[in-house]
Design a protein around this ligand. Structure first.
Ligand SMILES: Nc1ncnc2c1ncn2[C@@H]1O[C@H](COP(=O)(O)OP(=O)(O)OP(=O)(O)O)[C@@H](O)[C@H]1O
Ligand SMILES: [Mg+2]
Length: 397
């Protein structure tokens, strides 16, 4: 096992396009690191540079204390687990797992010991004599991992391994991969464009946008302290609401009414006319469910109500000035289509009796509102101590 360290990694393809642009990420020995971002942000390119399938234009790729930029893939001792599993259909599970050992000319004894060891860990004992074609998607995934395990690789690399599976199996496999990774304690880099996978699997998550690292942090840090509009909009489902806001003193004027901000947050808004307020759906509730709780309330007409049992989504349209509208539209494009209409999504208690078309009293926890600079997209209220690494902020301080 080993740590992986990327220092100022750049990848320019033939046409000069920087697919990966000055990315630095340190992955600790045994850590589960996620690379996430919308399509085309450079995740696969970065992963392929770690394994050696893609040349590195500049920067240092370190595995343990070795610089591997010029090492062939087979000399890097990493195991890539491909999306399509790449199993041999005519070979048994046993022989599929044994394959890399046979290639390396290992003895039958050694092969048997390692295959049995892997199959025990992966709970594949009863399937060893079966063919991959007769296995479920999850079992096939485990065979592919078995093949990686017997090689004693320093790290596992996954590129969207679950994207072909249906939602239920994807959920099961997610849990399985998380469990195996913990048990094996092997350094893992996992590429996905799915924020749920990123949040649930990763020890830490690197969020990329157009080849540039936006933030590198734990799932909780990303969720609670996104460094900019992009990360804020990408992490979380339904996404964070972005509303035009002006701040005077400690009072924030939102499209629905005014709320009182904590002074330390309001202070960060000084010198700005118009800002974007970031409010997660669950910072709202039906006011009747929060009587006596700290926070502000406002009245608004609820256009659509979706009752999910445990919670209720209330959709409340609002008007935004053109400059805000434009910024939100750009953000929508950056996020690859996640629709950010000028409507508020509020996640209310499941017990809420608010009905469609009704003017309702809504509660909001103003202490958790983030304020974003609409020009740069920066989160002005970020708690830098609990936000992991935000490269954009480091270069300017
Ligand atoms: N062989 C290539 N030649 C030129 N440009 C390429 C090549 N491969 C990828 N790119 C470009 O590099 C950028 C990053 O591509 P990459 O495949 O790393 O994205 P990704 O984040 O994995 O996206 P996806 O989620 O769609 O798989 C894209 O803009 C892509 O067009
Ligand atoms: Mg990709």
């Amino acid at each position: 096992m080993a740590s992986i360290s990327m220092k100022n990694i750049v990848k320019q393809y033939g046409d000069g396009f920087p697919a990966v642009n000055d990315v630095s990420i340190d992955i600790a020995d045994g850590e589960f690191m996620i690379l996430v971002g919308p399509s085309g942000c450079g995740k696969s390119t970065l992963l392929r540079m770690i394994v050696g399938l893609e040349d590195i234009t500049s920067g240092d790729m370190m595995i343990g204390d070795r610089r591997v930029n010029d090492l062939a893939p087979r000399d890097r001792n990493l195991a890539m687990v491909f999306q399509n599993y790449a199993l041999y259909p005519h070979l048994t599970v046993y022989e599929n797992i044994a394959f890399p050992l046979r290639l390396a000319g290992a003895s039958d004894d050694e092969i048997d010991r390692k295959v049995k060891g892997a199959s025990e860990t992966l709970e594949l004992d009863e399937h060893l004599q079966r063919k991959p074609g007769n296995l479920s998607g999850g079992q096939r995934q485990r065979v592919a991992m078995g093949r990686a395990i017997v090689r004693d690789a320093d790290a596992f690399l996954f590129d969207e391994p679950l994207s072909n599976l249906d939602a239920k199996l994807r959920g099961q496999m997610r849990t399985e991969i998380a469990r195996l990774q913990k048990r094996l304690g092997i350094t893992t880099v996992y590429v996905t464009h799915d924020q749920t996978e990123a949040m649930t699997l990763g020890d830490r998550v690197a969020v990329l946008k157009r080849g540039i690292l936006q933030q590198l942090a734990t799932p909780r840090e990303l969720y609670e302290n996104p460094g900019n509009l992009f990360v804020a909009g990408f992490i979380g489902s339904p996404p964070m609401n972005f509303l035009p806001v002006t701040v005077e003193g400690n009072t924030a004027k939102l499209p629905f009414g005014s709320v009182e901000l904590p002074p330390e947050r309001a202070e960060r808004a000084q010198g700005y006319d118009l800002l974007l307020a970031g409010i997660r759906p669950e910072y709202f509730d039906d006011a009747s469910a929060r009587e006596g709780a700290r926070g502000s309330t406002f009245r608004a007409t609820v256009e659509v109500v979706e009752w999910l049992g445990n919670e209720t989504y209330a959709y409340i349209p609002y008007d935004a000035p053109p400059e805000v509208e434009q910024q939100l539209r750009q953000l929508e494009r950056d996020l690859d289509g996640e629709a950010l209409h000028t409507q508020l999504v509020a996640a209310l208690s499941g017990s809420s009796r608010i009905r469609e078309g009704e003017e309702a009293e809504i509660w909001v926890d103003a202490s958790r509102i983030h304020l974003f600079d609409p020009e740069t997209g920066r989160n002005l209220t970020v708690d830098a101590e609990h936000a992991g690494t935000i490269p954009e902020m480091q270069t300017t301080t």
